[in-house]
Design a protein around this ligand. Sequence first.
Ligand code: 26V
Length: 798
Amino acid sequence: MFSSKEKFKHTFLKRLEMLFGKSFSESTPRDHYQTLGHMIREFVSNDWITTNERYLATKNKQVYYLSIEYLLGKLLRQNLMNLGVEGIVEEGLGELGIELTGLEELEPDAGLGNGGLGRLAACFLDSLASLNLPGHGHGIRYKHGLFEQKIVDGYQVELPEQWLRSGNVWEVRKADLAVSIPFWGKVESRNENGRLVFRHLHAETVTAVPYDVPVAGFNTNTVNTLRLWNAEPAQFPFHKDVLKYKRETEAISEFLYPDDTHDEGKILRLKQQYFLVSACIQSILRSYRKQHSSLEQLHEYVCIHINDTHPVLAIPELMRILIDEEGLDWEQAWHITTNTISYTNHTTLSEALEKWPVHIFQPLLPRIYMIVEEINERFCRQLWEESPGDWERISQLAVIADHYVKMAHLAIVGSFSVNGVARLHTEILKEREMKPFFHLYPDKFNNKTNGIAYRRWLLKANPALSALITEKIGSSWTQSAHELTQLLQYQNDHTFLRQLEKIKIDNKQKLADIIYKQNGVAVDSMAIFDVQVKRLHAYKRQLLNVLHIMYLFNRIKEDSSYEMTPRVFVFGAKASPGYYYAKKIIKLINTVADKVNNDPQVGDQLKVIFLENYLVSLAEKIFPAADVSEQISTASKEASGTGNMKFMINGALTLGTLDGANVEIHELVGDDNIFLFGLTAEEVLHYYRHGGYESVEYYHLDQRIREVVDQLVNGFFPDVYNEFEPIFDSLLGENDQYFVLKDFAAYTNTQEKVGEAFRDTLGWQQKSLINIAHAGYFSSDRTIKEYAKDIWGIRPLY
Ligand code: 26V
């Protein structure tokens, strides 16, 4: 149906009539979108079935990637691109008077994630399929993805997201593959022929129903599966209050990260986690049993990868099945489990390391808790044997301590591989945050620097730049990102650099149009587009950016001879609904934007834009239009970052600290093609350990700092008199935990250098080109090849 334009049009019209019972003239764009979606799914289904049959026939090792988040974004264009039918579809639709871009707008973003971690999972799925690797994702089919953000009077307001409102063309419900998940109840143990046997009684059972989404690789026949689980009431529930049971069951797959300030929310989150892993492991084992008679070789054929600690209950769940259902003894089960599970750590922030109170864990998952207790006891015994009497070490490393189950400890003890997501991050894990574990298990620790699905973030998001690259170096870079280094031969080619400049300005104009439409502010596409888009968090230091903007404003107002390179500062960020401080920063950005954008003296020199509801599809419009990529986290805090890579491959220059993957970007592009500033990770960690930083000193010594910090509370923003006191207090009263004031001068000076460098148009484009040329390293194809070889032990199937 996609072999020629004519065939496509014919099938499209017929399918439209069949699906909607309408003639073409009566049909709506939504009908067109649905029709096209159905056609694509039908088109991939052949390869999907063949891929699954091959996996079954060859018995090759497979990996299952478990993640509580998947930030897929839109799938229409990606599928057309990967299947190689984009051109035919675009032309065919065009002849019918339908614009493909219009249909794309109708597709909701699948936003089943928060930020980098969820987007990484989506990029990995794309690379697995594109490399013909046997790898599948498992997640939860949340009814509501990450909230929709509205900015009302400068404040963030959250609305429930509704991506499933008009159905989801990409999924297939597989009711026949549903499984049961038990919660609550109690465990009975009996001695049967000298062996303890456990039974989980009076459990409340929930049904998990899989919805499969095909993941088609780029230019290959491999179609892997993303299996998203939906929670539904069991057919015959044993429950006194059936309505309550139904409500509680459906809540499991209703929201991503329900509020967990109270016990009720904590229970729900833990339920989600167990729901995911139990459903997924049951499903993995069902497939495995089709090929193998015993589970004893499981680890030779299956690898289960846990994306952060949210799915870590995969460890005790696998133990439970091997022991209680398969009748293996503990040692055998432990051997299999710890050779099957691998784990990625995505943060060293202590407040983000998951731990669950025993009083919640034990009653909800009684048998799983018993197994975690046993894991803990055996682990603590091992520690005792190594250094008897060292109680402090034992309580520091234990899986259960102070009435909490520590999920990262369980992940390290129960897996064969622990990896960080950028070189610096892995070093910090090994040498600081998880040092005692590294000494216990040196061979488990390894680094896998993150990557991005560059076909989405460059080929799809920036068609003009992609076309220019292909014109110059051919199209093989779309399969092998390393080829981008060939662009280096053009670094002194002025015609080429001018072409690059023109593409950037066009992309900036497109973003300027969006900005005008959404925010009503006209911005000049010749100004520097200086962009910070990411989750709002104190450690990411959006505050440093906004304080610098306030300083620029003051400077313009105070010194009429001051001439700065015109700048548009763009922000996009969602704050966790319960994160009070982050919400204050959003209000501050919007308040500063109001003041700056309406000041006639400032005019076009400075504009500040907060784009509401930052999500994957908006990101695709922002990255190609950026000149400057703000990566300004407090060094040591950002595990990797992946936005930094998306900016880089679109030719933006990084303005950043030596944190996360910025360190590796710096190594690739060299000092001249990046703007670095601020404390190093080592210096930050030294201050944390030994003290020595007094933020008040910087406030008193630097007049620029004093002025902007005072403006937070002195009536400079007249309508919001007390609003920013918590920010003022965090900087001075709480000694500025994220070193904003400490890094302020270095940041300001570096920003000035950015402004100067931008005036040298060709020089800037040359730097931009060097960034694009080296960005191939950050392809998630490279990352996935490393996982496949070093951790998972899987091979391409074709
Ligand atoms: C979670 C939380 C939750 C509680 C409040 C504070 C807080 C702070 C950070 C986090 C992050 C959890 C894990 C995560 O999303 N890490 C991100 O993973 C990306 C993919 O590896 C990586 O690029 C980002 O640097 C890292 O922050």
